[in-house]
Design a protein around this ligand. Structure first.
Ligand SMILES: CC1=C(/C=C/C(C)=C/C=C/C(C)=C/C=O)C(C)(C)CCC1
Ligand SMILES: [Fe+2]
Length: 353
């Protein structure tokens, strides 16, 4: 990128315009998600459970599932290479082998698989926000891999740990529905995580980590505004996950936060979408994404159908259907994380700058 002085002297390039607009859209979507969630969430328990599942259900076609359905395109695009059948086969093979192995693990050890799912989500949602902080918010202080690692744990920990502290019963309920698809007795193995002592320890430890990470960023930043955005997002998400019932909160966050940011990222490595964004043609850019994502969004429905047939207990209620969806998402997320991590490396996100 151009140094600041040169930036002012020359007119903004099309790519820079596209990036600025994409960053604006992702921040606006994030802010909307938090405000919307807090507004309807504080009415809390009065929202019927089936409705709380609505954003998660919508994520099958809106933003959520589609955000990963362009995984076969992102690596060649980020390298400026054509999408060859070899590249497609590599991503397909990765999904089959890694996703297949994890799917098998759910049948053998569902409680372990659930714990892994929480850890996997923490890492993945955290890595997504490290990208956003570095490339969309333009923070200057995430220079070392260690500092980025701290940011990853904070940002990924917010959706996975705050609900554990604030809503242990709903957390345990959802855990029980996922594990229960395979073995109703196995959920007992997770009970320890919901004990008050564990939750207090998580609250104190994670709270201290958030405070320390924000303080370190404040000390190292050379401009106040990006740090204020980081701190505002961090505290906003803390309030969001502490106050909004978690099934609703996770559904809103998955679509309006994580997926929007990742979709924006995929647009910025697609030359035609960048040109459309630079022209102010957001509709054209989004249309391209929708076309790219449609085939494999539909394809992933096969995974859910196969799971529905294979699980020992056929899901019959809304929570059970959602549990089946989440297990499918878990299985698809492991290879998705491999692709996104390779994209991180390709874009030099984790190298010290
Ligand atoms: C729904 C829900 C939970 C778990 C959700 C998870 C783990 C979602 C992961 C989604 C992913 C990985 C999407 C892909 O990017 C918790 C935390 C148990 C709390 C109760 C509600
Ligand atoms: Fe993702």
């Amino acid at each position: 990128m151009l140094p600041d002085a040169a930036n002012r002297a020359t007119p903004e390039t099309g790519a820079a315009t596209a990036r600025r607009r994409a960053a604006y859209a992702s921040h606006a979507a994030g802010l909307f998600t938090i405000i919307f969630g807090l507004t309807i969430g504080v009415t809390g328990d009065s929202i019927p459970l089936a409705y709380q599942y609505a954003p998660l259900a919508a994520s099958v076609v809106v933003l959520g599932l589609p955000h990963g359905a362009v995984d076969h395109l992102v690596l060649p695009r980020s390298r400026g290479r054509p999408v060859t059948s070899r590249a497609l086969a590599a991503v397909g093979g990765c999904y089959l082998a890694i996703g297949g192995a994890y799917a098998a693990l759910w049948f053998v050890a569902p409680a372990v698989s659930f714990a892994l799912f929480i850890l996997l989500t923490l890492v993945h949602w955290g890595q997504g926000d490290v990208y956003a902080l570095c490339e969309l918010t333009d923070v200057s202080y995430l220079e070392t891999p260690a500092h980025k690692g701290l940011a990853l744990v904070v940002r990924g920990g917010l959706p996975m740990l705050v609900p554990l502290v604030a809503f242990p019963d709903q957390y345990a309920f959802v855990a029980g529905t996922l594990v229960g698809l395979f073995d109703p007795g196995a959920a007992a193995a997770l009970e320890g995580a919901f004990r008050p002592t564990v939750r207090y320890a998580v609250a104190v430890g994670f709270g201290a980590l958030i405070a320390a990470t924000l303080a370190l960023g404040y000390r190292r930043t050379d401009a106040l505004e990006p740090w204020l955005i980081d701190a505002g997002e961090t505290l906003g998400l803390t309030a969001f996950f502490a106050a909004v019932p978690p099934i609703l909160a996770i559904g809103l966050y998955f679509t309006g936060w994580h997926s929007v940011r990742h979709i924006v990222r995929t647009l910025l490595i697609d030359d035609a979408a960048v040109a459309a964004l630079a022209d102010g043609d957001a509709r054209g850019a989004i249309g391209r994404f929708a076309r790219d994502a449609a085939p494999l969004t539909a394809g992933s429905l096969v995974v859910f159908a196969a799971l529905a047939v294979a699980v020992p207990r056929t899901p019959a209620t809304v929570p059970d259907a959602a549990a089946l969806y989440l297990v499918g998402v878990a299985v698809l997320t492991l290879p998705h994380v491999v692709v996104v991590s390779l994209l991180d490396l390709e874009q030099g996100l984790w190298t010290a700058r």
